[in-house]
Design a protein around this ligand. Sequence first.
Ligand code: URA
Length: 242
Amino acid sequence: MAVKKTDKKEMRLDKFLAEMGVLTRSQSREAAKKGRILVNGEAEKRPDRKIRPEEDKVVVDGRPIAYAKYEYYMLNKPQGVVSATEDGRYPTVVELIDEKLRKDLFPAGRLDIDTEGLLLITNDGALAHRLLSPKNHVDKIYFAKICGTLPANAKELFQEGIVLSDGTKTMPAKLETGAEDGILLTIHEGKFHQVKRMFEAVGCQVVYLKRLSMGPLVLDENLKPGEYRKLTEKELEQLQLC
Ligand code: URA
């Protein structure tokens, strides 16, 4: 029996509408029955029919539906917002991206609720995995303001790796003087509350924390806390090399 080749660029109409956050599968069934969905100008009654999302023009209730396979946003995360897709109590970083097309975006990594700065919001799971995999040791640079006095040999201590309160040792980290009496810390891992715990281990407390970079991605200085923009082609290329 001849095997029918399926075009990888095709997908079911109802799947397309669900991925774009327009209609659930059951809503698509209803909408199609009522002739509310047009494909290339014709009412489509079969929600399970295949479409080519990059070519076919889909309109629901008069609204053209744009397609994006992947989306990538650089967010300057503000304080008071959680690095999650849903939360019962606090606003989430994904909710801040109001121009998103897809409903499956997530933050690639986490910042604490009181941490500001660079966060990548995407639906590209493979890229997120590469950036976050402990094996890849992607550099992350943080700007911190701390309370307390660092030991005179703090740079050497951080360079050797810090033993945290649970007995685990961090990889070598680089401590530098930053602007406005702040400190720059480069780490290569992403342990839970790592920066705060590293400073705690040397008797200091972090009172302000902001992530400035993650691998090749550097926080755009024009983004105020809460603002975001799409990644540029150049940033995307750099990330693909990670
Ligand atoms: N380290 C922390 O302690 N908090 C963050 O949000 C990120 C890194």
